[in-house]
Write a protein that binds this ligand. Structure first.
Ligand code: ADP
Length: 391
């Protein structure tokens, strides 16, 4: 018996297959479809990270992609019939603070949240609907990227707008919650009792944000009403004066949809460098614009760390995770050097070797590299939701 975890982006679909018999489900296989808009490719690995597949696939839409995956799983890993499916869902609005079983009523509520995440949520819901129509009796569970931040203090959730907008849902939701929840769950394994202290987790990937935790709960985060806010990302700008938006609409007559597209796909590292939003490519490039884009990223991440430390009233530990955070010793070193005044003392060699603890023994703030695993936390949630339904 197994749990299938699906994490779909706009042009990719990642999956994990987990043994559902244990409380901490064990991963049997993982993989992804990439380049779904253009030349779809499929790669998969077993539990030992040995390749199971790597091929171009002929799938034209989400229904064909899901059908292809289910058939491939049945053929490649027979004897692991899927008992339930867990989805990473980008937005749970003000309503959902924990994972939910996807009933018809819940699905209807989620459709109402599409205006909150018009670029991501329709994809999520399409995959859920496709599975529902193919296998109506298969339980599906939604796990929300916003849920981990649901109980942030009021002054972190509120924008200084007329109050009635808060009631209409205009508030700071925060994202990357499944990644932060996973890190929070493993923090004691690394930090011991300090895990309950003041910790900032920097999820630095294609999308990037930071979360301030106290007692392993989110108390502040950089992303806001949408995932555009906070630090600069691959193609999103991060913090922006809202006056820029009204100026561009009024004076440059840029339409709302074009603005949406620009803000989500043409800004951040890609906009600054005028070439690429991919950190690895920028680091390998010597053009001044690429260097400036990296400097901007480091500077604003440093500012965010200082700001979140202010929200926490101090800082015990800094954790790096996700693509850039886990793999780029150069970016980690630059951020740690920028935060040296706060009490961060990096161990250059430990950092270069990608060790888990990368600060000096006497650093006032310890610094860690902990790989995230959103699929694992989703599998755990599905396991709990299934168990809670059994009387
Ligand atoms: P996503 O948000 O799509 O899940 P990831 O967490 O996979 O993104 O992070 C992707 C980012 O990580 C890209 O900018 C990529 O260049 C960067 N990255 C991955 N490996 C390295 C590396 N060794 N050095 C620098 N950047 C890296």
């Amino acid at each position: 018996m197994s749990i299938l975890v699906l994490n779909d982006g706009s042009s990719s679909l990642k999956f994990g297959l987990y043994d559902s018999t244990r409380e901490h489900p064990h991963r049997l296989a993982r993989g992804s479809f990439t380049d779904l808009d253009d030349e779809p490719a499929f790669r998969a690995f077993d539990d030992q990270n040995h390749p199971l597949n790597n091929e171009h696939v002929n799938v034209a839409n989400q229904e064909q992609t899901i059908t292809w995956l289910l058939e491939w799983l049945a053929k490649t890993l027979p004897g692991n019939s899927i008992q339930a499916v867990g989805h990473r869902v980008v937005h749970g609005g003000a309503l959902f603070s924990s994972p939910v079983h996807l009933t018809a009523t819940v699905l209807k509520q989620l459709y109402a949240f599409i205006p909150l995440a018009p670029l991501h949520l329709p994809h999520n819901l399409e995959v859920i609907r496709t599975l529902q129509s193919k296998q109506p009796n298969l339980p599906q569970v939604a796990c929300f990227d916003t849920a981990f931040h649901h109980n942030m203090p009021f002054i972190e959730q509120m924008y200084a707008l007329p109050r009635h907008w808060f009631d209409k849902g205009i508030r700071r939701y925060g994202f990357h919650g499944l990644s932060y929840e996973y890190i929070a769950s493993v923090l004691p394994d690394h930090l011991g009792s300090m895990a309950e202290g003041k910790v900032i987790v920097a999820h630095l990937g294609h999308g990037a944000s930071l979360c301030a935790m106290h007692q392993r709960r989110s108390v502040a985060t950089t992303m806001g009403f949408t995932p555009l806010d906070g630090i600069p990302m691959a193609t999103r700008p991060g913090n922006l004066d809202p006056g820029i938006i009204t100026y561009l609409m009024r004076e440059e007559k840029i339409a709302v949809n074009d603005l949406d597209h620009m803000l989500n796909h043409e800004c951040g590292l890609a906009g600054l460098s005028n070439s690429s939003g991919d950190m690895r490519e920028l680091l390998a490039d010597s053009k001044p614009e690429s260097t400036e884009a990296i400097d901007y990223f480091v500077h604003h991440t440093h500012r965010a760390i200082a700001s979140l430390a202010g929200a926490l009233g101090g800082l015990d530990a800094l954790v790096f995770t996700a693509g850039i955070g886990e793999n780029s010793s150069t970016i980690r070193e630059s951020i740690c050097k920028a935060t040296n005044w706060m009490g961060v003392e990096i161990d250059i060699d430990a950092n270069k070797q990608h060790q888990t603890l990368i600060s000096q023994p006497d650093s006032r703030i310890s610094v860690w590299v902990i790989p995230t695993n959103e699929e694992q936390i989703i599998a755990q949630h599905v396991h709990s939701v299934l168990r809670s339904k059994i009387p």
